[in-house]
Design a protein around this ligand. Sequence first.
Ligand code: COA
Length: 473
Amino acid sequence: MAKKIAKKAKAKAAAKRTKVKAKAKPAKRPALKLAKAPRVSSKPWGKDGKALDGIKILDFTHVQSGPTCTQLLAWFGADVIKVERPGQGDITRGQLQDVPNADSLYFTMLNHNKRSITLDSKSKQGMTVLERLVKTCDVLVENFAPGALDRMGLTWERIHSWNPRMVVASVKGFGPGPYEECKVYENVAQCAGGSASTTGFHDGLPLVTGAQIGDSGTGLHLALGIVCALMQRNRTGRGQRVLCAMQDGVLNLCRVKLRDQQRLAHGPLKEYTQFGQGIPFGEAVPRAGNDSGGGQPGVILKCKGWETDPNAYIYFITQAPVWEKICELIGEPGWKTHPDYAKPPARLPRLTEIFGRIERWTMTKTKFEVMNECNALDIPVGPILSMKEIAEEPSLRATGTVVEVDHPTRGKYLSVGNPIKLTDSITEVKRSPLLGEHTDEILSRVLKFTSREIADIKASGATGEAPKAQAAE
Ligand code: COA
């Protein structure tokens, strides 16, 4: 009986469910909102303009950090208008000059693809021109000392009221805090950002690196910030401020050392050579010489010719997955199974001995022979290439990473091209502008001043003397 009742109840419930189902209207699918996108280009790759076509940059940068940023934007197609002080221009034009009366390589290699206008921003007429530049451009980029832009009268509030769409991007040495008023150059940033304290040998002085991580590194960070601000502007319609502090940029590039600082609280850093040498660790991350920055131990080893060639060295990484191949290559097959060498933890206290043995092998070969033999076995190594070797390397010329540029007053020179390759925005490296070379065309064609207004601006001395470009070409 109980079974019968249960069966009835089940059937009733099933019927109810079917009724509900029949009654329920089909769920309405929310309409798919498709973003309005431009048509897909049918032009060949690289023939449909550049990534930043149409973007105008008021380039108020000087020296290295800011110019690195605006050069990248120019390479991607932005119209970069470099505003320079009449008569002198960017101070680097005259620094480290190798050819008399020609812009230095310091300047030319950081200011490709830009136009130059000379303007005394502290004069009344100069400010009239600047106001129009602010109203015409999309981005203002500057790396003056803290407060200099405000002292010129170009406060964020004023710029924003003239052109609410403008992005204002700055490099400063430090972010807000006790040091924000300080002037900063490359090596100051390397020291304050944690690079110097972690570079060098543990028993030697802190060292700065040859890579300009403070200047060019921060310029790279700033370029990304600007492109993001432009993307956000597409949605919000308004500009914003972008700040990259050089200390922050260097620290960002040194983040593995902040990683190690925290690991240190849990014991010695076993992959550091100093561990195997029995040298105790202090409270802060030590300088690690040429030890690898990652979890795979690596060092610089001598190669054939090291006695006379300062760059006859190779960086050798004992990557765990290829350890057995390394043992075969250097003639130590027994290490593949020996308990002191077979596994990475066993090798850590013996790195000096192990790399010493590998070096006995690398010293019998040139760095390129080591490279060829190791690469064939997937063993990661890096030859120490001199700047001469890099300058002459055909593959870097082929990719445009090293380019030859012609210049009206200095002739042909080599430069580093755009290291970021886009398939549909191909970089053509054009020579840097002469001081004030484009003053006239910017006043008339970009800013649309009448010839009478231009005559008045020039007569006021705001653009300085007649541009040198007219004499140069
Ligand atoms: N017309 C008139 N005056 C101009 C001008 C123009 N076109 N362009 C610049 N100036 C003025 C500025 O207004 C400033 O005047 P002020 O000090 O009276 O306000 C003056 O020139 C000098 O600018 P400043 O940036 O202080 O140059 P500097 O040579 O004394 O300092 C740095 C150079 C690099 C140390 C400093 O600019 C700085 O710390 N920048 C930020 C960090 C940075 O980028 N450092 C790395 C550089 S690679």
